[in-house]
Write a new protein. Sequence first.
Length: 192
Amino acid sequence: MSKGFLKTALVVLAVIVLAGVLLAGTVISGYNRVVRMDENVKNKWAQVDNQLKRRYDLIPNLVETVKGYAAHEKGIFEDIAQARTKYFQSTTVKDKIQSANQMEGALSRLLLLREAYPQLKANENFLKLQDSLEGTENRIAVERKRYNDAVLELNSYIRTFWGRLFASIAGVGQAEYYQVPETEKEAPKVKF
C-alpha cells in the first residue's frame, strides 16, 4: 500500500466517523428534546390537576353551606357529587378534563343560586368559600393556559418530519388539549 492510499483511507474513515458522531448527536439531541417536551406537558398537567384538586376540596364546604338555603335544588348537588366522584376515578387526562368540564357547569349553576336566595348572598361562610373558589378558578385558568401552551409546543414539534421520527423513537404521542366544551362557552342564564 502506498502512503497516498493510506492517507486517503484515513481521511475517508475520519469523515465517516465524524458523520456518524454528528448523526448520533442529532438523534440523541432530538430524542432528548421530545422527552423534555413530553415531561413539560406532564408537569403542566400536574399543576392543572393540583388546582382542580383544590377546587374539589372546596366544593363540599360550599355545597353544605348552600344546602341549608336551597334544599330543593337537589339536582345540582347530585351533579356536583357525581362530577367530583368521576374526577377522582379518572385515570387519563382526557377523562379528568371531561369531569372537570362537567363540574364547571354544575358549579356555575350552584353559584347562580345566590341570586335566588338573598339570605345566601349575605352568608359570610358562603362569601368566603365563593371567594376561595373564584381564586381557584382563576388559578385553573392560568394553569390550563400553561398546559395548553406546552401541548401546543409538543404537538407542533411532533408534526414536523424530524419531530415525528424522534417522538416515535421515544414513544411519545400527541397530548390532549384542555378545551372547554361548547355548552360551557355560553353565559349562564339567571332567572328570578
